[in-house]
Design a protein. Structure first.
Lengths: 229, 928
């Protein structure tokens, strides 16, 4: 594998949650990861291994108990809430496991909304249409989310995540609810995105068959990275 | 199943609590109507009887049975009737308060045993007796007559009138020529004393002792002994005065009482015995009409708030169901039948309804007490408590209310229980138009309301006549106002999304993300919001409408009364004159002696005082017209004239009078009917024939006490409008030309007429006319119709405030809770908490605040259109002034303060929800 610039680095991340009956549970036990730029990085593990918690911390949705996350030479865990929000609006795109579209907006409006949030300066219409064509949904852009299939919805979510040209896209189990054909199609889109849009993608999965699509893989087990490569 | 149900209810405790509150209010309102009606009607009965006694000094429930001319041979007749009279109470259902038998013999020739010089040769006197008469007299001279016959001697007492008329003195012995004892000796009656009634007002004295001019009252045993004696050959009259216990006459037994009384009258008439138609027959039939009027009016006033309560229950129930939609669909998928789901909700509803029913009945009882003490809109005073009972009617109301409540709560279940998980997802896809929108039901309702308005407006005069004849206002009138409000509300609801859409369109490019999202939220989920918006529009509109009705109706009645009285207090005392000297000859010589005015200077609490002469005079030898003579300066200081009635201030009119002693102001009707013009001379001739010529210096349409037209009862009991005329001139000129005539004294008081009352009492003024504004207003406020109206509208208003607040809060909190995942997504996309709050505020403004604004507008329009018609029911007989719609800003402040408070609470709750929301937690909600 050729040398790649590191876009994000997490050092020694721990995360524990208080338990209802007192005490706490340690979900992440000192994890360090490096995300190479313009690549697909896979976090793989069974459910409960802590990969969703890790991706939440990396995508500035959650804070670690200890450790730091460096992005563009900044520890994003130390940033103000406002700065983290701006980060999420502009530099980061997030794709969730299940439907995360805004139900009152059409596919087109969903994508356009992320542009509005990011304060996108260019021609919004053109950009939205391009993003939707990229995921193969040019024809159904004016449908409401409920009128689309699960795969189509997920593709809209991807289009929305990439439309405002973020540097980093985090995807938590983006293919979990899709059949294997669609899942492969989504991975293909991811690969194309990395090529065409100068984007870095971090995704979690428990599906071993997606391994070959990744540039880098961290295998997680019980809050620790057991293998990387 | 029961355990599951309770678990479910605990989980949704707030919604269950709302259902409970809604139901409690519902039952309270529903039962308060029959309870209040029952209590108010009871009070009306007792008030009416008391009023009758006070005004007529006569027992209001007396039946008079006459047994005339019982001849010597018909002795048995008296005994028979005496027994039959005792059975009347059983038949009528009312016990006697007093049963008086007044017996007297036909007048017999009598002579003084020892004639005095100058005494009449013979007299015609009656030996008389009245039941228990010794309890109702006091002896003012001599002593009481002893019972028993001593040989041929008996004793009697007489009234002052009898004494004077027959020239008797105490101690006189009177011999009855044809009345003998068993030994055939003539009877000698000794007058032992003179009596008078021992109480000023005593219903016992059906005929006052003053009119009993020829009666010698003897004791009962003497009368009976004489009567049963075979030698007593007199012809007797018997009068039974049967006074029923008015406390026992209630709305429940009044129908029976009337029917049985009529039967008694008919039965006895057939035997030739007269029973006078008792006054209570008239009082009761009058009362029945009044009661019906009150009952119908109160009922229609309550309907809108009941409808709102049902709507509230429906809304809460639907909310609950939509939250439980997933669970219901799950049950369906696992094989539960619609019926099972339905019965689960039915059971829940039943439990809630039953518990709230008990609480509601208690609250209703309390509300009735409060109603009874309502004095004006949102105003209460302590007053004699109402006697609130739970009658059968109350249970019927409870039953019906419960039935509809259960129906309203489980009705939404039917549609929800049919939906399985598959169709649920499908249904969520697109917003459907509501059925009322598809069929233009809103436009139809608005049309019906307006048609009703139009229809009633053109029959306005008919309405007035109906009310004057004791009918209640057509319920359809009030109903059509409610229909109008509902129709207008729905039309507004149709327009509101269009407005928001328009806003969205014009700023689509420039809206901030949060404004964009919130406008889109309103547009895309408008059908889900229809209910809360409709609810808000209706509550606000109805709140304003009710407040206006209550305020206007009462203030209108009060203003008219105040106007028709003129000042605060009007008093006219009897003047001394030379009538007695003149006898019936030459009335033109009648002279009055003006009493001293200086006495009035001492009355406490008088701000100012003026003399006002009011008399019918002959104008230009042609017309009999009312004349009012005033002293312009004091008149201006004493009367209060509402602004806006006259084109300029009344003082300008008074100045015209003051400038010229001969000037008069005349009513506009003098111009229209008789063609008088400004500057015309006019001769005014008083009843004593004196006259003077005045100059018409002004016209007016309104003047204190003057009504241009009044509704006058005609000979055939119908009503017709009659034009009134009035001439106002200078009192000094009138006195100069006509001589002294008795005038009224008008007082302006500093808040109470007590000083005048005390003055009259202390100085024993012989008052022939007295009017007290404070008392009249108190009377109006005490009228069951006004009191009930105020009470019910106040209650409705409070309920509306509660519902408006609760509905608003519940709807929004639930709506936000159900969108938590969505907010998680927004937050993940980088929206700040502030932006989300901003979004919610936007939503509030464009849906709730807009609805409230529209509601206020509709309430105002409805008031403008319908209140003038509705108030006819309250003051048709005294409407003189132009109607003024009264909206008190304090009511509006209350209404909007509550809405504002709820809005703030809502925002606090929303802020807390948004602030405490963890993005990761919110998003996890979406993962299961």
């Amino acid at each position: 594998m050729s040398y790649k610039e590191i876009i994000m680095r997490a050092d020694n991340i721990t995360r524990s949650f208080p338990l209802a009956g007192g005490g706490k549970i340690q979900v992440l036990k000192g994890i360090s990861v490096e995300i190479p730029k313009k690549s697909i990085t896979l976090l793989r593990g069974r459910s409960g291994s802590g990969k969703t918690t890790l991706i939440n911390i990396l995508s500035a949705l959650d804070y670690p108990t200890e450790g730091r996350v460096l992005f563009k030479d900044q520890d994003i865990t130390k940033l103000s809430e406002g700065a983290r929000e701006a980060l999420r609006r502009k530099e980061i795109g997030i794709i969730f496991q299940s439907v995360s579209l805004i139900p009152i907006m059409t596919a087109y409006e969903n994508v356009e909304f992320s542009l509005r949030l990011a304060g996108y300066e260019g021609d919004r219409k053109e950009r939205v249409e391009k993003a939707l064509r990229l995921v193969g949904l040019g024809a159904r852009m004016h449908h409401m989310p409920q009128e689309l299939s699960g795969g189509e919805q997920q593709r809209v979510a991807i289009a929305r995540a990439v439309a405002h040209r973020p540097k980093l896209i985090f995807a938590d189990e983006p293919t979990a609810e899709l059949d294997s054909g669609t899942a492969r199609h989504v991975m293909k889109i991811f690969k194309d995105l990395v090529e065409e849009e100068d984007i870095t993608i971090v995704m979690t999965t428990h599906d071993i068959s997606l391994m070959d699509a990744a540039d880098k893989t961290y295998v997680m087990e019980d809050g620790e990275v057991v293998k990387n490569g | 199943m029961l355990r599951f149900l309770f678990q479910k209810m605990r989980h949704k405790k707030w919604l269950v609590f709302s259902l409970f509150i809604g139901n409690v209010l519902l039952f309270a309102i529903a039962v308060s109507h029959p309870m209040y009606k029952d209590a108010a009607v009871q009070r009306m009965f007792s008030d009416e009887f008391t009023r009758y006694i006070e005004e007529n000094n006569e027992h209001p429930a007396m039946m008079e049975l006459h047994l005339k001319r019982i001849a010597y041979s018909e002795q048995g007749k008296y005994e028979a009737i005496k027994e039959r009279v005792d059975s009347f109470p059983d038949r009528l259902g009312i016990p006697y308060e007093n049963k008086i038998c007044f017996r007297y013999q036909m007048q017999q020739t009598a002579v003084l045993e020892k004639p005095r010089t100058g005494s009449p040769a013979s007299m015609t006197l009656s030996l008389s007796h009245m039941t228990d008469f010794e309890d109702h007299i006091e002896i003012i001279s001599g002593r009481m007559a002893e019972p028993g016959i001593d040989g041929r001697n008996i004793e009697a007492v007489v009234s002052e009138t009898t004494l004077i008329k027959n020239d008797l003195v105490v101690g006189d012995v009177i011999e009855f020529r044809y009345v003998t004892n068993a030994q055939e000796e003539t009877i000698l009656v000794t007058v032992t004393g003179v009596f008078r009634n021992n109480k000023e007002a005593d219903a016992y004295w059906v005929n006052s002792p003053n009119v009993l001019k020829d009666n010698l009252f003897i004791s009962e045993d003497v009368f009976d002994e004489l009567y049963s004696d075979v030698n007593y050959k007199a012809v007797l009259h018997c009068y039974w005065y049967l006074m029923l216990d008015t406390d026992k006459i209630t709305p429940d037994n009044s129908d029976n009482l009337r029917a049985e009384t009529q039967k008694l009258i008919d039965d006895y008439a057939a035997e030739g015995i007269t029973i006078e138609k008792p006054t209570y027959m008239y009082i009761l039939s009058d009362l029945v009409a009044k009661v019906n009027k009150v009952s119908v009016t109160l009922m229609i006033l309550q309907i809108p708030v009941l409808v709102l309560l049902y709507a509230f229950l429906f809304m809460i129930s639907s909310q609950m169901l939509s939250l439980e939609q997933n669970e219901i669909s799950m049950f369906k998928s696992r094989g539960a039948g619609s019926f099972q789901i339905f019965s689960l909700y039915l059971l829940q509803t039943f439990i809630v309804t039953l518990v709230s029913c008990v609480a509601g009945i208690f609250l209703g009882r309390y509300m009735c007490q409060v109603l009874g003490s309502s004095n004006a809109f949102l105003e209460f005073v302590s007053r004699r408590a109402l006697d609130v009972r739970i009658t059968t009617e109350v249970w019927i109301y409870v039953g019906v209310a419960m039935l509809i409540s259960i129906l309203m709560t489980v009705l939404p279940v039917i549609s929800y229980s049919r939906v399985s998980i598959v169709s649920l997802k499908r249904n969520r896809a697109r917003v459907k138009k509501s059925f009322w929108q598809r069929f233009y039901l809103d436009v139809v309702l608005l049309g019906v309301g307006l048609y009703g308005l139009y229809n009633f407006s053109i029959q306005k005069d008919d309405l007035m006549l109906k009310v004057l004849n004791g009918k209640s206002l057509d319920p359809m009138l009030y109903f059509s106002s409610s229909i109008f409000i509902l129709g207008a509300g729905l039309v507004a609801l149709r327009l509101q999304p269009l407005l928001v859409k328009f806003l969205f369109k014009i700023g689509k490019k420039i809206w901030s993300p949060q404004t964009y999202a919130s406008l889109l939220q309103i547009i895309r989920t408008s059908s889900k919001q229809y209910f809360i918006m409709c609810f808000l529009i209706l509550t606000v509109a109805l709140g304003i409408f009710n407040a206006t009705v209550a305020r206007t109706v009462l203030s209108n009645a009060e203003n008219n009364t105040v106007y028709q009285i003129g000042p605060d207090v009007v008093m006219q005392e009897r003047w001394k004159d030379n009538r007695e000297m003149l006898g019936n000859h030459r009335p033109e010589l009648l002279t009055y002696y003006e009493p001293s005015q200086a006495r009035f200077d001492d009355i406490k609490g008088v701000v100012s005082r003026t003399n006002v002469l009011r008399e019918k005079i002959t104008v230009d030898g042609l017309y009999e017209i009312e004349y009012m003579g005033i002293n312009s300066k004091e008149f201006g200081e004493t009367v209060k004239m509402q602004d806006g009635l006259l084109p300029t201030h009344i003082n300008n009119y008074l100045n015209v009078l003051a400038a010229d002693a001969n000037a008069v102001l005349v009513s506009e009707s003098m111009r229209t009917s008789y063609g008088y013009k400004l500057g015309d001379p006019i001769t005014l001739k008083a009843i004593n024939g004196e006259e003077y010529t005045a100059v018409i210096s002004g016209f007016f349409s309104y003047w204190p006490t003057y009504s241009e037209t009044i509704m006058q009862k005609q000979a055939d009991d119908s009503y017709a409008a009659e034009t009134q005329y009035l001439i106002v001139g200078n009192l000094g000129m009138a006195q100069f030309s006509w001589g002294d005539r008795p005038y009224e004294v008008w007082f302006k008081m500093d808040g109470s007429a007590e000083g005048v009352y005390n003055f009259i009492e202390e100085n024993k003024i012989d008052v022939i006319k007295f009017e007290d504004r404070y008392e009249e207003i108190r009377k109006i406020r005490n009228q069951t119709l006004f009191q009930g109206t105020n009470g019910i509208l106040t209650m409705s208003f409070i309920v509306i405030l509660v519902l408006c607040g609760a509905g608003f809060l519940i709807y929004w909190i639930l709506s936000i809770r159900s969108r938590e995942l969505l907010f998680g997504v927004f937050r993940a996309m980088g929206m700040s908490r502030g932006a989300i709050l901003h979004m919610l505020v936007n939503e509030q403004i464009f849906s709730s605040c807009l609805s409230i604004g529209l509601g206020a507008l509709i309430g105002w329009i409805a008031s403008k259109c319908y209140v003038p018609l509705i108030q006819i029911a309250y003051s048709a007989e005294r409407q003189t002034l132009p109607l003024e719609l009264i909206t008190k800003s304090s009511d509006m402040v209350r209404l909007f303060a509550v809405i504002g408070a709820v809005f703030i609470i809502c925002m606090i709750v929303l802020t807390r929800i948004v602030l405490s929301m963890k993005i990761t937690n919110a998003l996890k909600l979406g993962e299961d």
